[in-house]
Ligand binder design. Structure first.
Ligand code: PBG
Length: 323
């Protein structure tokens, strides 16, 4: 009751605000996504994601070293292969683009944790995240086998953590089994447990050349309207052996992040996706918003909602802002 309650007292100076601040973003919380493209000497700008590039494995290694020296603990790798086919063969090739990149990065920056995205959409000629059956539907169980092989090939190349993003049922269990049977029981699984069929992936699909050539991903990714389903998805993945969980996208789904953080003890990552990045970039390029302030506020909000880790294309800038 006024005048007894004057909350403004604790907002009066930056020092006092700093003392009562409830949420902190640390460089340790950041994961930087990188696009690796088959070839050499490639450093190609991504049009819908200003400031982000496709790099060939030889170019990504020195960059990874730089990322590591900023204090960022991990990168998340996406591959853009030279060849695509119906069965995503290059996803699990020993010399596939991600496998090459992992080896190079581990050589150049051994302390950097390498996470690999495990999905087939970048490797199939039709752009879906799995193998199609005769009716043109993504066949869940046929896809599992290829995902398991892909995850194993990443682990063999030296990946610390594999991150299945395909949304097939049962993939965490199959991947865990495949890794364990082959002596990779120390390779962790970060599951894209709660991944929505979001329109905010648009720029990513341009970056990775992974847009489906027909239909959409609503038959495997989650309906944006659902939240109880998120609890079931996360529970299944934990049961199957996920070490960490993810909610994706981040900013439009803060309620989901909060729910999963409250219900599960596993470390929780949130993915500030390409469309979230592009929106901020576009508005700031026009001078309508302040970029650094947007970066800090959006990421702070994602942390406040309950995410432990944030996957963000702003990671390098954030590392500078936080230091
Ligand atoms: C799928 C995958 C996607 C993203 C990460 N993994 C795209 C999709 O599901 O269509 C999107 C990430 C982003 O938008 O930044 N392999």
């Amino acid at each position: 009751m006024f005048p007894e309650h004057r909350p403004r007292r604790l907002r009066r100076t930056e020092t006092i605000r700093r003392m009562v601040r409830e949420t902190h973003v640390r460089v340790d919380d950041l994961i930087y996504p990188l696009f690796v493209k088959e070839g050499s000497s490639i450093h190609e700008p991504i049009e819908s994601m200003p400031g982000q590039f496709r790099h060939s494995p030889d170019r990504v290694a020195p960059l990874a070293k730089q990322i590591s020296s900023l204090g960022i603990p991990a990168v998340l790798l996406f591959g853009i292969p030279g060849k695509k086919d119906a069965s995503a063969t290059s996803a699990h090739a020993r010399d596939g683009v991600v496998q090459q990149a992992v080896r190079r990065i581990k050589d150049a920056a051994p302390d950097l944790a390498v996470i690999t995205d495990v999905c087939l959409c970048e490797y199939t000629d039709h752009g879906h995240c799995g193998i199609l059956d005769d009716a043109g539907q993504v066949s869940n169980d046929d896809t599992l086998e290829v995902l398991a092989k892909t995850a194993l090939s990443h682990a063999k190349a030296g990946a610390d953590i594999v991150a299945p993003s395909d949304m097939m049922d049962g993939r965490v269990g199959i991947i865990r089994e495949e890794l364990d049977e082959n002596g990779f029981e120390q390779t962790a699984i970060l599951s894209y447990a709660v991944k929505y069929a979001s329109t905010f992936y648009g720029p990513f699909r341009e970056a990775a050349g992974s847009a489906p050539s027909f239909g959409d991903r609503k038959g495997y990714q989650m309906d944006p309207a659902n939240v109880r389903e998120a609890l079931r998805e996360a529970a299944h993945d934990v049961e199957e052996g996920a070490d960490m969980l993810m909610v994706k996208p981040a900013l439009p789904y803060l309620d989901v992040i909060r729910l999963i953080a409250d219900e599960f003890d596993e470390p929780l990552a949130a993915y500030q996706v390409s469309g979230e990045y592009a929106m901020i970039k576009a508005a700031c390029e026009r001078g309508w918003l302040n970029e650094d302030a947007c970066i800090l506020e959006s990421v702070t909000s994602i942390r406040r909602a309950g995410a432990d880790l944030i996957i963000t294309y702003f990671a390098p800038r954030l590392a500078e802002l936080l230091s």
